[in-house]
Write a protein that binds this ligand. Structure first.
Ligand code: AMP
Length: 207
């Protein structure tokens, strides 16, 4: 199973991504977690990116591309699948994700979108702020991350829709109900993909 997860902050990407990965026995690659680990370890990448994370901005595409290329290559070294959570987040990253995955013969079968309501997302993230103490879970930064999501991330959903791999699920119910909707839908997509691999995206872009 090869899945990309595209959703606003606070939609439950991390929770659902971990459950999907466990269900299908594939690695869960969450770019936010990978970046936070670099920041915590004080690596050169961590020192470069920490200000972007704190301000709720996007880390430059080239840095993300290098990080994702390595993570995907490691994850699929045994020929397995992946849940890539938090990447891509803009059109350039969507194209890079396709090229990286294509070069290792592991393009995504599903782009999973969790639909949410902005006010609910802000409420959830402010609750999380009291528990996890993430530097980017303050209201102004949350608003900035949401605005960026609408501006540069949401437009890529159409591309996945045209590629025929978009799966859009209501992310508003509680986590267990979302999982109960997502897993069977992914199972169905996997069965369909085995029978009929998806079209090549360039052909659709050119169309
Ligand atoms: P997340 O845990 O997915 O909410 O990501 C936390 C932060 O990491 C984001 O607000 C960005 O600063 C950074 N980040 C994660 N994924 C990406 C990405 N694909 N492109 C750019 N920045 C990212």
């Amino acid at each position: 199973m090869r899945v990309l997860m595209i959703a606003p902050p606070g939609a439950g990407k991390g929770t659902q991504g971990a459950r999907i990965a466990a269900h299908f026995g594939v690695p869960h690659l969450a770019t936010g977690d990978l970046l936070r680990r670099h920041v915590a370890r004080g690596t050169p990448l961590g020192r470069t990116v920490h200000a972007y994370l704190d301000r709720g901005g996007l880390v430059p595409d080239q840095l993300m591309q290098d990080l994702v290329r390595k993570a995907l290559a490691d994850a699929t070294a045994g020929g397995g699948g992946y849940v890539l959570d938090g990447y891509p987040r803009n059109p350039a990253q969507a194209w890079a994700a396709y090229q990286i995955a294509s070069s290792i013969g592991a393009t995504a079968q599903v782009a999973l979108h969790l639909r949410t309501d902005d006010d609910e997302v802000v409420r959830r993230l402010l609750t999380r702020a009291g528990i996890e103490h993430r530097s980017d879970d303050t209201e102004p930064v949350i608003r900035r991350r949401l605005a960026l999501y609408h501006e540069v991330t949401e437009p890529i959903l159409e591309w996945y829709d045209r590629r025929g791999i978009l799966l859009s699920v209501d992310g508003m119910p509680d986590a267990d109900r979302v999982t109960a909707a997502v897993i069977p839908a992914l199972e169905a997509r996997r069965a369909r993909h085995k029978a009929r691999p998806g079209p090549v995206p360039e052909l659709l872009i050119a169309a």
